[in-house]
Each structure stands twice: as structure tokens, then as C-alpha cells.
Write a protein that binds this ligand. Structure first.
Ligand code: FE
Length: 346
């Protein structure tokens, strides 16, 4: 009797251990936002699945996945920017999935095009706008209220922007190419390049600071970098944010360019079900609010209520954003790089 009880207990323990071992998901994340911690604890709390996380930059993650091949422990991959997600898909690093929950939650233009059998290679989970900032003392909002105007001769020697080859700009320029066509887009790039105040350098925050300091009159940045300055505990940062005007371009035409941060199930995922659960969690209202409040991004999922005063302060409320498929934007990146080379845009 005792022997039976003990072996039953051993069985229960063994099952418990097996269960505990099974309940993991290995995440490779390129999200460089320390506020994401709440996302991951939220998932473990909701599902009991533990996350083993590897943080690296996008290039590091892609190199690692390629080096690991079929032996890769990665289950979920999070990358920032459509250009990088598109590359990951093109390099065969993702496993297309079917999930009714994700297909219902994430709008079709914020995820990859389905494959022939209907699987979706990756999903966007948060959006960021690529906005124009300007020196309120020398520039009128109407002078910079479209991306097209960045090429206007009136802005000669006034624009600061990070490298044209950075994925954030490859995606913006890819979107412009989608909207204007290749010939006009290249002319536009030539015009923007002719208007630069200095050779491209630094990150987006550096461009905002350069506008605030008067080094240039116009800059281009992802929205969350400006929101971060608005919400900063450092008064110097807040002063920078106060000094610049911000415009969400193309409200009267195709809308402001939106980019995404997104994720995918890894090609060789061993914990595939848990991987899908993690992606589904990222589309939940709770996780979407972490995106909105933590990194000052807009939720990608439909109908999520959120409250972030810095986002409202920047945009003044709802704004018109472009509706082209984000996958098409990524697909233009090689073409865009060739155009940049031809016009001498660094
Ligand atoms: Fe960033």
C-alpha cells in the first residue's frame, strides 16, 4: 500500500517536473526598450510559461539564427522595423502560422502577406510614426507638412536625418516609393539629400536635439523618441521637446508613414505551441497597453483602449496613417538602397 502510494507520488512528481520543463518559450528579442520587462512577467503570470530571453540587436539575432540553423533553441523572434522583419522572412528564419486570434486582432496591413497555404510569417504588435520635427522660430508647420516638401528647394541646408541606409529610413523611403513610384521617389531622395544640413549621423534623438540646438531647422524621427523626451524626468530633455514643433505628415493625402515592431515563430521552434501563445499574448489588451505606455508606441491590435498623454500631446489625437501593406514597404528596401547609392545619400 505504502509502496503504491509512494510510486503514485513519484509519478505525480515526475509529471510535475515534465510539465515544468515543458512550460518554457525561448525568446530572441531585438526590442531595445527596458520597459518590456512588464510584458514578459505579464505573460508568465497569465500562462505559467517561463520565458528564456536572449537580447541582441537585430543584426546579432539574425546572424545567430543563421549560425545555429536547425539546432537553434529560438521559439519566438521579436524584431523592430518592417525592413528587418521582411529580411527575416526572406532569409527563411520564420515559420508561418495560423492563429485566428492573431488574424482577428492584427489588421491585415500590419502583418506579412499570407503564404500559399494561408500561414502568416510575422505580425506587427506595435506601431510608431516617422514624424517631422522643426524649429518653431524659423519654420512654419505648413512648410513641412508632407514628406514631399522635404525635397523642396526652400529647405536647402536645413534638414538633419540619420543614415539613409538605417532600416527606419529604408522603410520610410520604401513607403514613399510605394506611394510615388520609383522614378519620382528617386527624384525626391535626390532633393532631400541636397537639403541636408550635414552628412547623416547619430540616431533619431540626435536629430531632435540638433533641431532644438539650432544646428538644423528640420529633422526626421520615430515618434517614440520624441515622446520619451516629453516624458523624461530630466528637465533638459523636456526643454528639447518643448523647443521643437512636430508634424504628422501627409494628413491630406496618403497619411503618415507607420512602421512596426513585430514578431514571428522561429523556423525551428521546439516549443511551437508556447511560441504561438506568446505571440497571441502580445496582441492582448494588457500587452498592447505595455507597448503604448512603456515604449510610447501605438497598439497594433484593433480596438484597444489606451491612455498615454505624451502620444496625445504629439499627435493632438487620432491622425491619418498610411494603409499600404507594411510587407510591401519592406520589399522595396533593396531598390531603395540602390536609389540611395545613385543619388549619393549616405
Ligand atoms: Fe528605435
Amino acid at each position: 500500500m505504502l509502496k503504491h502510494a509512494l510510486s503514485a507520488m513519484a509519478l505525480v512528481l515526475a509529471a510535475g517536473t515534465a510539465l515544468a520543463q515543458d512550460q518554457v518559450v525561448n525568446l530572441y528579442s531585438a526590442r531595445h526598450y527596458n520597459t518590456d520587462e512588464a510584458l514578459y512577467t505579464g505573460f508568465t503570470k497569465a500562462t505559467g510559461i517561463k520565458i528564456n530571453r536572449v537580447d541582441a540587436d537585430d543584426a546579432g539575432i539574425i546572424a545567430r539564427l543563421k549560425a545555429e540553423g536547425t539546432a537553434s533553441p529560438a521559439d519566438v523572434i521579436l524584431l523592430v522595423d518592417a525592413a528587418r522583419l521582411y529580411r527575416g522572412e526572406a532569409d527563411g528564419l520564420f515559420q508561418p502560422i495560423r492563429s485566428k486570434l492573431l488574424e482577428d486582432a492584427i489588421p491585415a496591413n500590419l502583418r506579412a502577406q499570407p503564404t500559399a497555404d494561408g500561414g502568416i510569417p510575422w505580425f506587427g504588435f506595435s506601431t510608431r510614426a516617422r514624424v517631422i520635427v522643426y524649429d518653431k522660430t524659423s519654420i512654419k508647420k505648413g512648410d513641412v507638412d508632407t514628406y514631399e516638401k522635404l525635397a523642396s528647394p526652400q529647405l536647402k541646408g536645413k534638414i538633419c536625418i540619420r543614415s539613409g541606409s538605417h532600416p527606419y529610413n529604408l522603410s520610410l523611403f520604401g513607403a514613399v516609393t510605394e506611394h510615388m513610384g520609383e522614378t519620382r521617389a528617386e527624384e525626391w531622395l535626390r532633393g532631400v539629400n541636397a537639403n541636408l544640413a550635414r552628412p547623416p549621423k547619430g540616431g533619431d534623438t540626435d536629430q531632435i536635439k540638433a533641431v532644438a540646438s539650432g544646428e538644423c531647422a528640420v529633422g526626421v524621427t520615430n515618434s517614440y523618441y520624441l515622446a520619451r523626451l516629453i516624458r523624461s524626468s530630466n528637465p533638459e530633455d523636456r526643454k528639447v521637446a518643448e523647443r521643437v514643433g512636430v508634424v504628422f505628415p501627409n494628413q491630406d493625402s496618403w497619411g503618415t508613414h507607420l512602421n512596426i515592431a513585430g514578431g514571428a515563430v522561429a523556423k525551428h521552434a521546439k516549443n511551437r505551441d508556447n511560441a504561438i501563445k506568446l505571440l497571441e499574448y502580445l496582441a492582448s489588451p494588457e500587452a498592447q497597453n505595455y507597448f503604448a505606455n512603456g515604449n510610447n508606441e501605438w497598439p497594433a491590435a484593433k480596438g484597444v483602449q489606451f491612455n498615454n498623454p505624451a502620444l496625445t500631446a504629439m499627435s493632438g489625437g487620432p491622425f491619418k496613417s498610411e494603409t499600404i501593406p507594411i510587407g510591401a514597404v519592406g520589399a522595396h528596401q533593396l531598390k531603395v538602397q540602390q536609389m540611395l547609392d545613385r543619388v549619393g545619400f549616405q
